[in-house]
Write a protein that binds this ligand. Sequence first.
Ligand code: ADP
Ligand code: MG
Length: 349
Amino acid sequence: MAAPDDGADGDEPLLAVEDLTTVFHTDKETIRAVDGVSFEVSEGETVGVVGESGSGKSVTARSILGLIESPGTIESGSIRFRGEELTGGNWERHRGDLSIVFQDPINSMNPVYTVGNQIREALRIHQGLRGQAAREEAVRLLEAVGIPDARRRVGEYPHQFSGGMRQRAVIAMALACDPDLLVCDEPTTALDVTIQAQILELLDDLQREEDLAILFITHDMGVIEETADRVNVMYAGEVVESAPVETLFDGPAHPYTRGLLASIPGRTATGDRLPTIEGEVPTPTESASDCRYAPRCPDAFDACERVHPEHVRVGPDQTAACLLHEEVRPRPDGRGDRGRRRRRRGRRG
Ligand code: ADP
Ligand code: MG
């Protein structure tokens, strides 16, 4: 592969997402599924995106891969790969540099072709391999993802594979593009716990052996703790906290992060019932003029309904978008209202 020479400066991360806003225009309303999201992924790094269902994780992933279809559109923001802008239709140039693994392995494969056939097709398109070379590489990839008896199984159909083996095969297909960045969108959510652990271990090995950067998306804080170097917590289309994984788990700065952490089994000794965050993620249809988490937040105070929190630095390498961490904003009458917190747990937004 030719050395990248696109005028990017050497400090550019592998992937830089900046102020990404992806919306869906429906008959009734505009859904702001991803609303001003920024984060970076460096070479060889695993960056996690975590949040409840509906927070915009998958739309973020699809935006990065150029997979947003009508009625969706990337409304604004920037997605740069090695310094080169992808939005505006430049994904074609980087096809194969970025690859995605979805939650459901059965829908990721074509049932009428053998597993080997599908891997060879990816090898042909992305690496120009054909014939014997492609056959050998397909077997090597299946071996690399831990499929026993790969030489025989390369000739089998997806339905002949168990769920875990199928997800391994899907990962092999993703690797056939020889990607620099692998986006994994809930890759283990459909699998049982034992198989999940094996797949996570596999991704970890592959990252080192194949020199991959991984963007790992999950709703599961336990999985994030095991996989990510750095974590972005998403809520209702926005990143609300970003920190290295240890920092996030030792000192979560956003009440939403604290809520997610409290619901990890075994983390808090609270008898037999895990605390959960009451209520649901709202579907954002307007630009935020408040904190979208406020209606569910145990720490919300008056200003949270009126002010959209910006990210503030709360530690050397940690930011949170929460008014608890901002200087008291003067109200129109000149008084701060930091002290006027009230509990609003249970109120629905
Ligand atoms: P997550 O992956 O975090 O569970 P998604 O990214 O799938 O969440 O969805 C974020 C929001 O975008 C949700 O409110 C969802 O309803 C909306 N959304 C996703 N895809 C579409 C679509 N094709 N049309 C309309 N709304 C969509
Ligand atoms: Mg999703």
